[in-house]
Design a protein around this ligand. Sequence first.
Ligand code: NAG
Ligand code: NAG
Ligand code: NAG
Ligand code: NAG
Ligand code: NAG
Ligand code: NAG
Ligand code: NAG
Ligand code: NAG
Ligand code: NAG
Ligand code: NAG
Ligand code: NAG
Ligand code: NAG
Length: 460
Amino acid sequence: MLLFVTILSSSEFGSVSSTTLNTTNGDQQILFLIKSELSDPLRALASWSNESTTFCQWQGVRCNNQTRVTTLDLDSLQLTGPLSPYIANLTFLQTINLPGNHFFGRISLDFGQLSRLQYLNLSSNSLEGEIPAMLFSSPSLISIDLSKNNFKGDIPSLGNNPLPQLLHVSLKRNNLTGTIPKSIGNISSLTYLDLSENLVKGRIPVNLGIHSNLQHLDLSLNYLLGDVPNSLYNITSLSYLDLSYNELNGQIPSTIGYTLPNIQTLNLGVNTFTGPVPTSLSNASSLVKLVLTANSLDGEVPHNIGLLHNLSYLDLSWNNLESGDWSFLSSLSNCKKLRFLNLNGNNLTGSLPSTVGNLTTELEILLMGKNNISGSIPYEIGNLVNLTALYFDRNLLTGIVPPTIGSLRNLQTLQLSTNMLYRSNPIFCWKPDTTESALVNGKPVNWYDTHNYWKLQKFA
Ligand SMILES: *[C@@H]1O[C@H](CO)[C@@H](O)[C@H](O)[C@H]1NC(C)=O
Ligand SMILES: *[C@@H]1O[C@H](CO)[C@@H](O)[C@H](O)[C@H]1NC(C)=O
Ligand SMILES: *[C@@H]1O[C@H](CO)[C@@H](O)[C@H](O)[C@H]1NC(C)=O
Ligand SMILES: *[C@@H]1O[C@H](CO)[C@@H](O)[C@H](O)[C@H]1NC(C)=O
Ligand SMILES: *[C@@H]1O[C@H](CO)[C@@H](O)[C@H](O)[C@H]1NC(C)=O
Ligand SMILES: *[C@@H]1O[C@H](CO)[C@@H](O)[C@H](O)[C@H]1NC(C)=O
Ligand SMILES: *[C@@H]1O[C@H](CO)[C@@H](O)[C@H](O)[C@H]1NC(C)=O
Ligand SMILES: *[C@@H]1O[C@H](CO)[C@@H](O)[C@H](O)[C@H]1NC(C)=O
Ligand SMILES: *[C@@H]1O[C@H](CO)[C@@H](O)[C@H](O)[C@H]1NC(C)=O
Ligand SMILES: *[C@@H]1O[C@H](CO)[C@@H](O)[C@H](O)[C@H]1NC(C)=O
Ligand SMILES: *[C@@H]1O[C@H](CO)[C@@H](O)[C@H](O)[C@H]1NC(C)=O
Ligand SMILES: *[C@@H]1O[C@H](CO)[C@@H](O)[C@H](O)[C@H]1NC(C)=O
């Protein structure tokens, strides 16, 4: 069949002049139609008019051996315009990769007809409206990324028809509302699910954790509430679990370290979890990042936490955790990769032991403010040569600020306010290349006001 199509340039987005095309293949005219609706300031689609080359060689276009378009791949090219429904006329498409442009408008229902579609990436555009459930009707689907757009409405109840190959779904950072559809639990092939930064409410469905092979689950920054179903903590394949910034409550199961043996990142921060930090966590030996900040956890910091040899980031701040005999701190000296340790805002009591100086020299941030720590700051703190931030503010510390702090050459912020420490007079100065300090003969000062917040200034 011979087709003659007249393409009229739109005044707003026109970049194809009025042309009469002759093609025996519908896909070329469809590509022209798509281009005609787009503004293309980088001239990324310049090749999309060269009639002396086959359209299969145009920028971002790939075809099968029957010259049908199978791939549209135009990543971050400042393309601006509506997401053309004509894309759905390229019926052999397997890959649509258009992230990082300025596509706006809705996704046409016609996209549901792309029965060969495997990869769809529309991340970081300005698309809006509801996400059509039809989009999830291709049984060939492997990966969908609609993150960072302006979609609203409910999360489509994907999983009600078979999606045997679906591995990856990201709807991150949209304005999706409603609840997490139970049917998502039907997709046992799914390894990556990111629904973070939306307005999703309600409970996490039990189904999500049953027959699940998830490796990466991010539900953070929503309005989820209630208990986390135990089935979720039973997903042995999980290496990344982020439930932070929700309204979840209940206890963290005591067995979590056994049931999530592969976990590398665990973030349950900014919820209302209660009870202890489970000691079984020390059996989750792959843990690299553990964040339990801003909950209502109590009891002692687990003594065996140092069994986590890969731990690099530990944030237990803003709970009601106790120091016990401080053996957790000497245990942490076994974590040779630890770079961030935040224990601010807990109920650590007693003297800070000198074993604080046995923490790894990799440590860059050490925060113990807003506790009830008494005694003096150990001189051994000066061993932690890589520290950039050190917070001991709002404790009951007494004695002299150890001059060894002067040897912390990377230190940028030292927070010692609201204690009963001695300091130099009139102002504490840190000079590089010297451990000399005027602190030793300083006078006692109680710092209870913001003026006691020091920003260290480096002297040239
Ligand atoms: C249209 O294209 C076909 C195949 O490329 C060619 O055989 C035919 O002569 C062309 N017709 C016109 C009117 O250009
Ligand atoms: C059109 O394609 C041919 C063959 O690839 C190439 O030689 C020519 O430079 C192209 N013309 C334009 C305007 O891109
Ligand atoms: C086209 O590719 C398919 C498989 O992808 C193959 O079966 C078929 O023989 C190929 N046809 C031609 C003409 O190369
Ligand atoms: C595109 O597809 C729709 C629906 O399948 C059809 O009605 C329309 O005629 C097609 N348009 C072109 C230009 O092929
Ligand atoms: C989608 O594209 C963005 C930008 O290139 C990329 O960062 C992201 O990983 C892609 N998503 C998937 C699922 O591959
Ligand atoms: C998304 O929600 C936020 C917060 O509720 C609101 O400020 C923003 O305008 C919404 N965006 C759209 C595109 O609806
Ligand atoms: C998918 O899940 C829903 C709700 O959990 C259920 O009613 C439905 O039967 C399931 N569908 C399939 C195909 O498994
Ligand atoms: C967790 O997994 C174990 C072993 O597979 C099973 O016995 C138990 O019922 C599961 N618990 C939940 C809440 O799914
Ligand atoms: C947990 O770790 C401890 C200490 O390494 C070990 O003795 C124990 O067998 C582990 N428990 C399980 C269930 O793996
Ligand atoms: C803080 O811990 C001490 C014991 O270490 C305990 O007596 C006290 O009640 C705790 N304070 C709060 C507010 O829980
Ligand atoms: C802690 O470091 C000191 C030296 O600062 C050393 O004498 C001591 O043996 C270390 N203790 C442990 C438990 O490693
Ligand atoms: C300090 O940190 C840097 C990188 O952040 C690292 O390369 C270096 O080994 C660390 N120094 C010590 C003494 O651990």
